[in-house]
Write a protein of this length. Structure first.
Length: 206
């Protein structure tokens, strides 16, 4: 019975098509406890599509109020590793461990961050177009997943280097949006920011 309810939830979920829709889906979640579980967010945005899941990891990490909470970049790094690893292995649906799905964030900080993000999010969404779609096709997505794996592996040390985790989150956000909108220009920008964030980490570690 539980499995059938979970399947019904996944089938009825409308996957967000841009940044504003992602934010609206998360804000619609009822949080009487004052915290929002990761599993509830996955129910709201869907669990099957690579783009929205990647966008979720990047957006949470990029938000200054939320992404700067100790442990959040590492949590999003683990999530990204699992999703990208399964994509590269050819899985069509993504499995996540219970302990990760049960992690939570303070909903007040999330909503506070969203308040000032709506205007830039609308501006970003207006820039989305289908361009250089070869970079967002089957092969291109695998290159994107490989780049995101590198970002995820470098994110735990970023907790000790100011603003680098937010930069990595921006790259993941761009990659997620590029896949959802089939916008290869965002893919290119994402690769540039990936190189920049990895370079900053290497300079600070060496």
């Amino acid at each position: 019975m539980r499995a059938s309810r979970d399947n019904a939830t996944e089938e009825s979920t409308t996957e967000p098509r841009n940044l504003v829709e992602l934010m609206q889906a998360i804000e619609s979640i009822d949080t009487p406890s004052g915290r929002i579980r990761f599993d509830e967010v996955l129910d709201a945005i869907g669990r099957r599509a690579f783009g929205p899941l990647l966008l979720l990891a990047g957006f949470i990490t990029m938000l200054p109020i939320v992404g700067d909470i100790p442990g959040v970049p590492t949590l999003m790094a683990l999530f990204t590793l699992l999703v990208c690893g399964q994509l590269l292995l050819g899985r069509r649906t993504f499995w996540l461990p219970v302990w990760l799905r049960n992690r939570s964030l303070p909903s007040d900080k999330l909503h506070r961050a969203f308040k000032w993000m709506y205007r830039p999010a609308k501006w970003i969404d207006r820039l989305l177009h289908q361009r250089i779609t070869v970079l967002t096709g089957r092969v291109g997505i695998r290159f994107t997943a490989a780049a995101c794996l590198l970002i995820a592996l470098s994110m735990p040390p970023m907790e000790f280097i100011p603003f680098t985790a937010n930069l990595a989150g921006a790259a993941l956000t761009l990659f997620g949006l590029s896949i959802m909108a089939r916008d290869g220009v965002l893919t290119i920008i994402g690769f540039v920011i990936t190189g920049l964030s990895l370079g900053v980490v290497l300079v600070n570690l060496l």
